[in-house]
Design a protein around this ligand. Structure first.
Ligand code: 1GP
Length: 224
């Protein structure tokens, strides 16, 4: 079994973006704790399968972060299911989840499935637009979502998502101090080793996405 509690670093790959075999090898052999496959648009069964098969050549744990039911396929080590706590469209809080469990609940292997309490902060990211997230959040609003995740809903993961934008270290620090059982993932705007260090001091797990496609060598330095 994979112990997410032990993780410190995750690379997130977008199935809708190109990566050479050489780049993928460097990513999978980098020493990261997991490779997560997930994205907001253009995610299809075909491109998810293609990337999964390529990542599977390496021993790194491979996680699917589910955003559309159509692209769910067996073969991943773990399935992360976001529930967007600050979405206005209930589809992204419990809607798709209900559809999936109703349709496939008998066959689901619950040991491989982990819910993530998501809080999306960057109003300009695609996920915020898709879920119609209420992103005008104060530090107290964000802390409340973190507390709901751990104390009310007992979610295994709280994911503070700044995707494409670097978060406020003071907010990340405050959230980190709230969570003890729920694993705290931070993602967004990590573009250097220095930023990786700053957020890794405050969150349990840092997630690096875009930088893999913009500057792979710099991305590899975010593993501390
Ligand atoms: C995106 O949180 C991840 O879902 C990582 O964000 O792409 O900004 O690194 P970046």
């Amino acid at each position: 079994m994979y112990d997410v509690q032990e993780w410190k670093h995750v690379f997130k790959l977008d199935p809708n973006k190109e990566l050479s075999d050489r780049a993928l090898e460097k990513i999978c052999e980098s020493g990261t704790d997991a490779v997560m496959i997930g994205g907001t648009d253009g995610v299809t069964l075909e491109n998810v399968l293609d990337l999964m098969v390529r990542v599977r050549r390496y021993s790194v744990p491979c996680v699917l972060e589910v955003s559309t039911l159509d692209s769910v396929t067996p073969g991943f080590d773990l399935y992360f299911i976001p529930t967007v706590l600050n979405a206005s469209d209930p589809k992204w809080i419990t809607g798709l989840h209900h559809d999936a469990v109703k349709e496939h609940g008998d066959l689901m292997n619950w040991e491989e499935i982990m819910a993530e309490g998501y809080c999306i902060v960057n109003p300009d990211c695609k996920a915020a637009r898709l879920t119609q997230a209420k992103t005008e959040l104060s530090k107290d609003d964000i802390i409340a979502y973190a507390r709901m995740s751990e104390r009310l809903f007992h979610l295994p993961v709280f994911y503070l998502e700044y995707s494409g934008m670097y978060g406020d270290p003071a907010v990340v620090q405050a959230v980190g101090q709230e969570l003890s059982k729920t694993v705290f993932f931070y993602g967004g705007g990590i573009t250097s080793k220095q930023r990786a260090e700053e957020m890794a001091e405050r969150a349990d797990v840092i997630v690096v996405g875009n930088l893999l496609y913009e500057n792979l060598n710099e991305a590899l330095k975010t593993i501390l």
